[in-house]
Design a protein around this ligand. Structure first.
Ligand SMILES: O=C(O)CCC(=O)C(=O)O
Ligand SMILES: [Fe+2]
Length: 180
């Protein structure tokens, strides 16, 4: 549906063939802490459909910086866009900046299907989405290589570098969106 919206549905097969899926089951104990159970971030993959057991906790940030509670609806998936999709669409969709804040004592269970570009596939916007006005906004990259680099540095505790990368990506994002 997203590819159709952007008029690039001819890439659907290539897109699906180059995607891996990781199913993650998460459980958060109930808590009323003011600290997030998952810090604010954007997923680095393509898309994340989430199913929640009707317990609040997920929040997303809007363009004005306000945190909005995502009300879990029965029999409904909530789909978040990741950084790789944003790159593939040449900035056409913004990745969803989100966090988990537990405010109730009831435990929250959540299932997420993380659709991630396969290793060896270069995430690059198709030519139809690159015009003379905005050009190619992001350097093509291999998501698996990037995630490997990211986790090695996170495991080494190289937090300063990670934080710098996150700040840089946020600055780049704001420059790109101001440009648009
Ligand atoms: O539990 C959730 O609703 C979101 C989890 C999440 O953001 C993640 O695992 O990246
Ligand atoms: Fe996430």
């Amino acid at each position: 549906m997203i590819l159709e919206t952007f008029g690039v549905e001819k890439y659907v097969d290539e897109f699906i063939d180059s995607t891996n899926y990781i199913l993650k089951v998460m459980k958060y104990e109930g808590s009323q802490s003011s600290k997030p159970s998952i810090r604010a971030h954007s997923d680095q993959n393509l898309l994340t459909p989430l199913y929640q057991n009707e317990v609040n906790g997920l929040e997303i940030q809007n363009k004005d910086g306000e945190w909005i509670n995502v009300k879990p609806l029965p029999n409904t998936f909530f789909v978040m866009t990741g950084e790789s999709l944003s790159v593939w669409l040449n900035g056409g969709l913004r990745s969803t900046y989100h966090r988990v804040m537990m405010k109730v004592s009831k435990a929250r269970c959540c299932v997420g299907m993380f659709a991630t570009p396969r290793g060896g596939y270069q995430v690059k916007a198709p030519k139809e989405l690159v015009d003379d006005k905005i050009g190619l906004l992001f350097k093509p990259f291999d998501c698996e290589e990037f995630l490997g680099f990211y986790s090695i540095h996170a495991a080494r505790g190289d937090l300063e570098l990670i934080l710098r990368l996150i700040v840089m990506s946020k600055i780049l994002q704001s420059i790109i969106y101001v440009k648009q």
